[in-house]
Write a protein that binds this ligand. Structure first.
Ligand code: ATP
Ligand code: MG
Length: 345
């Protein structure tokens, strides 16, 4: 049975500025144990597609099946459990800056209800696996980009996922560090049989580790197949262009991506209104997006099971889930607003 099946998926965003068809009738099949690349230029729809794979975005049309089960047929609880089986890593690592490396990896384990001792033992094992056993007590700011991504990989593996989704996981890294991270992903794929989906705009990444690749442009899949076939006989203009720019080294691209990395985590204030049930919203959001958020300030009281007051959250720097998380909260009755001033902790 195929690991992931995307069937005629469309995703349309509607906003004040009009409508964007981010995905148009996308279909693809990813087999168990594949390292599947999804490549395309900026805006092609890659991140949208990968977010549909665990329903962080719900498709406007079409179906997403994981091991034959349609995600649309799952209850919220089942979906949450399903998402635990899917790890994610991102370009900006999304680590908790005020926590040690070890605690960052413990984070998903705590959310799953693991005891501190058990979580720490497991986290230490995972850090050994990614080659960071010596840096357990370090803080993310003391690590290089490649080391931070190793921490993020260890964290993603904490819930024993069957699938690992990597959205531009090496885009902020230099070529040598990129190779070492790709090597690690390949090793994880071979040792644990985890299916890996690699989103990238760099053909070099596809060439280095992927078994299959889909080339995206304008919300559509232009071409799809085995990596060696696409390299040998690219049929679409999009694939030819990507292969050509790969030979050129892509220096400008890299610079552009590095520039994107320099930013602080955005902050929002949440105002709890009458209808918001207290704890589960934030905890469930963290579970759903598998991404830590810092609670910078919480001035809330639990009044008869409902929360009153406000809370200030900081998202991980460079997080690509902020808009989706804000939507998630607003659907659950929480008002949010951006905070620009400094927050005393
Ligand atoms: N939440 C959103 N609301 C409105 N439009 C969106 C939203 N998310 C993405 N889009 C639009 O959908 C299209 C596809 O975006 P997506 O982020 O999937 O592209 P991408 O291939 O990942 O690009 P990049 O390489 O820059 O990350 C873009 O035109 C983008 O502006
Ligand atoms: Mg993207």
């Amino acid at each position: 049975m195929s690991e992931i099946m995307i069937e005629n998926v469309c995703k349309t965003y509607r906003s004040k500025d009009g409508r964007v068809d981010a995905l148009k009738e996308v279909s693809l099949t990813i087999e168990d144990g594949d390292i599947y690349g999804i490549i395309g230029m900026s805006g092609a729809g890659k991140s949208t597609l990968v977010r549909c794979m665990n329903f962080l975005e719900r498709p406007t049309e079409g179906r997403v099946l994981i091991r034959g089960r349609s995600l649309a047929s799952l209850s919220e609880k089942e979906l949450r459990r399903q998402r635990e089986r899917v790890g994610m890593i991102f370009q900006h690592y999304n680590l908790l800056m005020q926590k040690t490396v070890l605690e960052n990896v413990c984070f998903p384990l705590y959310i799953q209800g693991k005891k501190k001792k058990e979580a720490r033992l497991r986290a230490a094992e995972l850090l050994e696996l990614v080659g960071l056993e010596e840096r357990q007590k370090a803080y993310p700011s003391q690590l290089s980009g490649g080391q931070k991504q190793r921490v993020a990989i260890a964290r993603a593996l904490a819930s024993d996922p069957e699938i690992l989704l990597c959205d531009e996981a090496t885009s902020a890294l230099d070529p040598q560090t990129t190779s070492s991270i790709l090597e690690l992903l390949k090793d994880i794929n071979e040792r644990f049989g985890i299916t890996i989906v690699v989103i990238t705009h760099q053909m070099a990444v596809v060439r280095e580790i992927c078994t299959h690749v889909a080339v995206m442009q304008g919300g559509q899949i232009e071409e799809e197949g085995k990596v060696e076939d696409i390299f040998a006989h690219p049929r679409s203009a999009a694939a030819r262009e990507l292969i050509r720019s790969d030979r050129g080294g892509g220096t400008m691209e890299r610079q552009r991506w590095q520039e994107k990395e320099i930013c602080n985590g955005r902050r929002i204030r949440i105002v709890f209104s009458d209808h918001s049930a207290f704890e589960p919203v934030i905890a469930n959001m963290i579970l759903t997006f598998q991404e830590p958020v810092n609670i910078l300030r919480a001035d809330t009281r639990n009044i008869g099971g409902a929360a009153k007051g406000e809370m200030i959250l900081e998202f991980a720097p460079g997080s690509s889930n902020i808009e989706a998380m804000k939507t998630y909260m607003s659907h659950r009755g929480l008002e949010t607003e951006e905070v620009t001033e400094d927050v005393e902790q």
